[in-house]
Write a protein that binds this ligand. Structure first.
Ligand code: KIV
Ligand code: NA
Length: 265
């Protein structure tokens, strides 16, 4: 199976084919995701929650992310590999961000993801100009949980929606090729997606009208012991096994049946 490239992801967006993304933190699951047709795997800093048992993603370090990226990259699977830049590893200045991104790219990441709106545009441009593909992340940004006052829906109201639209445009102009939108009203995510010229939007709790979808693997397999959000569907229900569950997720993203109304805000 031919590996998915950033070029192919852009083509999928242009042709209206949905991008199916899941988190993966190790070789076995990354390989399984590739076999099941997942287009991109995210080595998410959600590993702080689901692997390490932390209460937030804040304690996750660059070395944790590099280690799991190496594990995922060794799967040699079909999926494009994206790695989260952890809290504190890109906030000081763009040089620090480049240093952190280089560490993750050397570990096997093909793209890095960082959280933040317009204020991250300079950093993103600096990375992209130097050959580092960037995925942005707006809406609920878990690294800012203490500032946001919890894991709450973002972009509500006229002002919130306008903020997200302005952020998305600035991030696209800075050169981000993908952008995760997390926990925003479906109508706002649809509007933002339609307003962009080239950047592909990947939703999580952002409705069905994004260019793609992402979920945390442990959430959609129903193995995370904590409470899960409204936007999660347990794909093990009715599945013959783990790989079948992931295949069903891919199929549901591709045909637009996931997310359904009950998963949206
Ligand atoms: O860390 C993560 O898993 C993420 C996704 C949920 C988008 O950032
Ligand atoms: Na993350």
């Amino acid at each position: 199976q031919k590996p998915v490239t950033l070029f192919e992801l852009g083509k999928m967006r242009a042709e209206g084919r949905k991008i199916a993304m899941l988190t993966a933190y190790d070789r076995s699951f990354a390989a399984l995701c590739g076999r099941a047709g997942v287009d991109a795997v995210l080595v998410g800093d959600s590993l702080g929650n689901v692997l390490q048992g932390q209460k937030s993603t804040l304690p996750v370090t660059l070395e944790h992310m590099a280690y799991h990226t190496e594990c995922v990259a060794r799967a040699d699977g079909r999926a494009f590999v994206i790695t989260d830049m952890p809290f504190g590893s890109y906030h000081e200045n763009r040089e620090q961000a480049m240093r952190s991104a280089a560490r993750l790219m050397a570990a096997g990441a093909q793209m890095v993801k960082l959280e933040g709106g317009e204020f991250m545009a300079d950093t993103i441009r600096f990375l992209v100009e130097r050959g580092v593909p960037v995925c942005a992340h707006i809406g609920l940004t878990p690294q800012s949980v203490h500032q946001l006052g919890g894991y709450r829906v973002q972009g509500r109201g006229e002002e919130g929606a306008a903020r997200l639209r302005a952020d998305a445009l600035a991030l696209e102009q800075a050169g981000a090729a993908l952008m995760v939108m997390e926990m925003v009203p479906a109508t706002v995510a649809k509007d933002v997606t339609a307003s962009l010229a080239s950047m592909a939007t990947i939703g999580i709790g952002a409705g069905p009208d994004c260019d793609g979808q992402v979920l945390v693997l442990h959430d959609m397999l129903g193995v995370f012991p904590g409470r899960t959000a409204r936007f999660v569907r347990n794909f093990m229900d009715g599945a013959a096994g783990v790989e079948d569950a992931v295949s069903r997720y891919v199929a549901a993203v591709k045909d637009g049946s996931f997310p359904a109304a009950e998963h949206c805000y």
